[in-house]
Write a protein that binds this ligand. Sequence first.
Ligand SMILES: [Zn+2]
Length: 340
Amino acid sequence: MILIGGDRFIEHQPPAGHPERPARAEVMAAVARRWVEAGGALTPPRAASRGELVRVHRPAYVDRIADTAGRRLRLDPDTYTSDTSYEVALLAAGAVVASVEATLEQGAPAMALVRPPGHHAEADRAMGFCLFNSVAVAAAAARAAGIERVAVIDYDVHHGNGTQWMFYDDPAVLYVSLHQYPFYPGTGAVDDVGRAEGLGRTLNVPLEAGAGDADYDRAMRGLVVPVVTAFAPDLILLSAGFDAHARDPLGGMRVSTGGYDAMTDHVHRLAARCCRGRLAAVTEGGYDLTALEACLDSTLARLSAGPPAPSAVITGDTSRADRVIPAVRQALAPYWPELR
Ligand SMILES: [Zn+2]
């Protein structure tokens, strides 16, 4: 397990009271400190290059964000910059690219502890606390390095509209999202399944508010695991947002720390089975500091554990999963015989 993180992520400072606050970086730093004290290595992030960013962002957009250096600006109703936000966002995207390079080289999982998050950032638009779409920049970097198929699994409570649109017609990148719906940002319906060559390469699992561990476990087993296995990726990226946690002030889900661990376990097992352990995880949302810290600790423990063994089905209320799974199956069945 390779961990990438550093102290500079605290420097991105939205206005006081904003949920995506510097204290989140303090939590990440504390988790990394414990990791190092326990004998783990911590790799500092590097900045993403302009060439890496423009694979998924418009050049004029990258220039616009570069122009925010030294300025406090509001880019959309909830996305702000402070003096060094541009530099910090470059480090966030670069850290995820570095985690991809590390997992490809070493065949062990890697994780980047970064902020601001990235999955709402579109090709030419900052939104939802996100400046650059770090996971998308990293997926594109992997493709540029010759990796044929990349799966991005996103269990943040919000749909990753930016990631979806950037690869919507790309058959080489499978985007899978489990999210609260209807909810911000409004995208991620069952029938968003990709376009043109990318048909079937977007899998959305829109869950009603209130979904819990057993719902997510059922959706992972019934939809995500079979489709990702059939896609046979050479690399898996995990958009690890922890705002579906029951404690989260923004999300309306009831996932526990153990429920998140079970999802990470599914992803870890997929990586071991499909792509020789090549898995890079990146933090996205997660706004309750206690839940964030517990989930980060358990994710690191999970990804640094040995070869994953089959896990037990989580029992409990699955009514919300059961209401959406047939519709998702129907939408994706034309492209995935596994779902018929
Ligand atoms: Zn989120």
